[in-house]
Design a protein around this ligand. Structure first.
Ligand code: UN1
Length: 504
């Protein structure tokens, strides 16, 4: 472990403020990053103060004035090198993700791959920040729109994707010409520092150190200051709906922009016609993968009544075979929850499930020993159970039965969240219906694959209490830029639009 940390430039105590390079935060409150597998401290961070915050923002503002003048494809070239740096250190970074947040190694590596993919996408994107041109109603006039960078933007990330969610935001923002200030979760600060250090080296080499900044501090002090800061025109925040509501209100109060990626309550519908083996595998990865700690994790399952008994039995037996343990060990499928508080939330949910009449078919227990391990829970539920409307960030899957597809779609949509959804079916009609206006109301709707594990090429995000933001691919870059509509007159006259006459 020590070798891994030193290869990634981490020490026992690390700075919590990086304006490009590290600032001296000695004396700041020490926060330990705990390995959720063992409960041991990996290394600590000396938290940043408001003075450090000022330094980081000032550096990002200064860097912005130069960075925005670099042509977008040249910014893309630098982002390409950032992608290469992550390629070169993929193994170390992936292991650190696994060590710090407990996802299995294949997922830790997959997360870094997601960031590398983002870099590749952004290189191309840097040549495709297209605006439209319009035909003017006036003679010898031309209208078009162009996209400009916004400025330094704030990115707030959660513990569960401590590397990739930053990359979704930051790499797009960088090609767009913005600079970025990152406030990571206090539960995963080391991955943030290692990622920042590595990528800032690339920027520094090109004379743009400070274009990315990192600020590790409390929500109450640093987080509040950041969301209230007029100098940050955009705040992109990933986390709970409760947090997002507060961020949204605060940023709207200063007429800033928000990009929110909040809670999900993702469902899979399995029809009678479905390939049940495929469905079983999709459900398992969605519900048990990452120990249920993805915003896209499968939390609800709607089974057609004719296949419900068999599929539920197969799932219950699969749940009991899931290999739980050290996420670095080969063959492990489920690592620990992030911390003791997460285990407590899981246990509280299990209590509520029982009190509300849910039947636990598998799991629902804490695993003895060090680390924050639980068994994945499979629950026979009824639509009136209030707990099923909430996102518990843990491996709990609620199983319901339905008779016809309209009923299943209505139940699926009848929750406050709207992130991801899937249907397993071999019926073309059902699949199209699920994807139609009267189908899934989520930002992501899949057929014959599960709810999690989206590719970066698409826009990622969801509706309703999920917050409405879109990150990563497609035209999500527009959120990181400002649109300017330009009208040019190359005639000798000054005709007014709408035929208005205004002559002396
Ligand atoms: C998250 O859990 O915040 O679609 C992001 C997925 C991943 C990203 C999840 N690509 O599951």
């Amino acid at each position: 472990m020590t070798d891994l940390l030193s290869r990634l430039g981490l020490s026992d105590i690390n700075s919590g403020a990086w304006a490009g390079g590290a600032l001296d935060t000695t004396g700041g409150e020490l926060v330990a990053s705990e390995n959720p597998t063992t409960g041991e401290t990996i290394a600590s961070v000396a938290l940043a103060s408001l003075e450090h915050y000022e330094q980081v923002v000032t550096a990002a503002q200064d860097a912005y004035l130069r960075w925005r003048m670099l042509p977008a494809p040249k910014r893309g070239e630098i982002v390409r090198e950032m992608g290469d740096a992550m390629r070169e250190h993929k193994d170390d970074l992936g292991r650190l993700v696994t060590l710090e947040v407990g996802k299995i190694l294949s997922e830790g590596l997959g997360e870094v791959q997601e960031s590398i993919d983002m870099a590749d996408l952004c290189v191309g994107m840097s040549r495709q920040l297209f605006g439209l041109s319009m035909h003017s109603e006036r003679d010898r006039h031309r209208m078009y729109e162009q996209w400009h960078p916004l400025g330094p933007i704030g990115v707030i990330t959660a513990f569960n994707f401590p590397n990739a969610v930053w990359a979704w935001n930051a790499l797009v923002a960088l090609v767009a010409g913005d600079t970025v200030i990152w406030k990571p979760s206090l539960k995963a600060p080391l991955t943030a520092i290692a990622t920042h250090r590595l990528l800032n080296t690339v920027l520094e080499k090109h004379g743009y150190g400070g274009a990315i900044g990192l600020i590790i501090g409390s929500d109450a002090e640093i987080g509040e200051t950041m969301i209230n800061d007029q100098r940050l025109p955009l705040i992109s925040a990933t986390g709970s709906t409760r947090m997002g509501r507060h961020v949204n209100k605060t940023v709207a109060g200063r007429l800033g922009r928000c990009l929110l990626e909040l809670g999900g309550n993702n469902a899979i519908i399995v029809e009678e016609s479905a390939d049940l083996d495929l469905a079983l595998r999709g459900i398992l990865f969605g519900a048990v993968g990452t120990a249920g700690q993805r915003c896209t994790s499968t939390r609800r399952l709607f089974l057609h009544k004719n296949i419900a008994a068999d599929l539920t039995a197969s799932l219950a037996s699969a749940y009991k075979q899931v290999r739980i343990g050290d996420p670095l060990a080969e063959g492990t499928l489920m690592g620990p929850l992030i911390d003791a508080q997460a285990v407590q939330m899981y246990l509280d949910a299990i209590e509520q499930i029982k009190a509300q009449g849910g039947e636990i078919l598998a799991g629902g227990e804490v695993v003895d020993g060090p680390g924050h391990f639980v068994t994945p829970a499979l629950v026979r539920a009824t639509p009136d159970m209030a707990i099923c409307r909430h996102e518990t960030f843990a491996p709990i899957l609620y199983v319901f039965e339905y008779e016809d597809l309209s009923e299943a779609i209505a139940m699926q949509n009848d929750v406050p969240q709207g992130l991801s959804s899937s249907i397993f079916t071999d019926s073309f009609r059902s699949s199209e219906r699920f994807l139609s206006h009267e189908g899934s109301d989520c930002g992501i709707a899949n057929v014959n694959i599960g709810t999690s594990g989206a590719e970066i090429g698409g826009a990622f995000g969801g509706e309703k209490e999920t917050g409405g933001g879109r990150e990563a691919g497609s035209d999500s870059w527009k959120a990181y830029m400002r649109r300017q509509t330009c009208t040019l007159n190359w005639s000798p006259d000054l005709p007014l639009a709408q035929g208005v006459v205004f002559d002396l």
